[in-house]
Design a protein around this ligand. Structure first.
Ligand code: FAD
Length: 359
């Protein structure tokens, strides 16, 4: 992939005389490095994307603090798990009803206040729905520019991120003295080990907690509909079976893909076209790509998917890519490790039969 290079100012003023920029570099590099990671958790468990983000945090050097925010009584088990994660030196907890449903405003208010009082050199969050919502808001509160979707940490101020739907990588160099605020693409970093650490756990200060309360109220949590599925979650699945527009209907989509996904223990994904056409159930949040989920499973099977760059942006890091398409010139074959040119309506029933456990 071509590598672009650009300078991305992280702090105002956006245009500085060269001498002042160099002075800022020097001032920043003299500060002792320290990183705060916003944890993501659910049902009392730390989500894997936080463990991936911790790996990026450790690569920066310096102590790593994890911030666990949530509703009353929700952070104890998560904080205990975070304190045992490899490389974590401290855990901060923040509990309040306004933090119970991951609303962005109080979470960003809290993150901003914690950063203002404790002055980390870096603040990281997973590049998830939560992280992408909260971290840029906190960056705005702190008057610095966030860097999104980091896939490589070169040093404490140099980061690599995909641009043009993943068709190029930009090397981004932070200037200025402000905190570096990054969302980290979890699939680009291995997960940190858990179990061996013994970090201290303490609550945030009343003043920091007050900032979360002050920021609450701009949005209100109304309710949620939880979709139950026996399948693995798309972002975490080892195997993903994805269908495209060629499936032609919702009935075909589930009749042809479900048996294969069931036999492989796979998550079901889809192209945006298949979701928009109503073939793939949108309640599964199944779309893969630039505007959908970014996945990197061991095995990704693309069925009747052309391989548009916006789709490829979400799955090109998969370890093994298998494509089934009737058009031998479909772009998906350019990135596939294994390709089958054929009519999916003939191929999939045969594949499902071959995958049968009694064969
Ligand atoms: P098509 O492009 O219609 O391809 C269907 C494929 O099926 C073709 O290659 C065809 O040869 C093959 N086929 C047809 N019949 C059969 C058969 N019987 N057997 C086997 N193969 C068959 N798309 C995403 O997926 N994710 C995104 O996040 C995303 N974000 C976008 C963001 C923007 C700003 C824009 C502009 C577009 C975005 N898109 C996204 C849309 C993307 O550009 C493509 O339109 C979309 O991915 C196409 O979906 P598809 O491959 O299923 O459909």
């Amino acid at each position: 992939m071509p590598v672009g290079a650009c300078i991305w100012p992280l702090a105002k003023p956006l245009v500085k005389p060269a001498g002042r920029v160099l002075a800022s570099f020097a001032a920043f590099s003299q500060r002792a490095l320290s990183t705060l990671v916003l944890a993501e958790h659910k049902d009392g468990a730390l989500l894997p994307n936080t463990l991936h983000t911790l790996t990026a945090a450790k690569q920066l050097g310096g102590p790593v603090t994890v911030l666990v925010a949530g509703g009353v009584g929700s952070t104890t088990a998560v904080a205990a798990a975070a304190s045992k994660a490899d490389g974590v030196t401290a855990v901060l907890t923040a509990e309040h009803s306004c933090l119970a449903h991951s609303l962005a405003e109080p979470a960003a208010g809290l993150l901003g206040a914690v950063q203002r009082s404790r002055k980390y050199t870096h603040v990281l969050a997973p590049s998830s729905t939560l992280g992408r919502n909260v971290l840029p808001r906190a960056a705005a509160l702190l008057d610095v520019q966030a860097v999104a979707d980091v896939v490589e940490v070169r040093d404490e101020r140099t980061f690599v991120r995909p641009i043009y739907a993943g068709n190029a990588l930009a090397t981004v160099q932070a200037v200025g003295e402000g905190v570096r605020m990054l969302t980290v693409r979890p699939t680009a970093f291995a997960p940190s080990a858990t179990g061996g650490g013994s970090a201290s756990v303490e609550p945030v200060s009343p003043e920091e907690m007050q900032a979360a309360r002050d920021a609450a109220g701009a949005s209100q949590w109304v309710g949620e509909e939880v979709c139950k599925s026996d399948r693995p979650e798309l972002g975490q699945a080892r195997v993903v079976v994805s269908g495209g527009r060629a499936l032609k209907s919702a009935e075909n989509f589930s009749a042809l893909l479900d048996p294969i996904a069931d036999k492989l223990g796979a998550a079901v994904g889809a192209s945006r076209a298949a979701v928009d056409a109503g073939y793939a159930p949108n309640d599964l949040q199944a779309s893969v790509g630039q505007t959908g989920k970014v996945v990197a499973p061991d095995l990704y099977i693309a069925i009747g998917i052309s391989g548009a760059i916006q789709h490829v942006a979400g799955m090109s890091s998969s370890k093994v890519i298998v494509a089934i398409n009737s058009d031998a010139d479909a772009p998906i074959f350019q990135i596939a490790d294994y390709g089958l040119v054929g009519d999916l309506f003939k191929v999939l029933p045969q594949l499902a039969a071959e995958l049968s456990p009694n064969k």
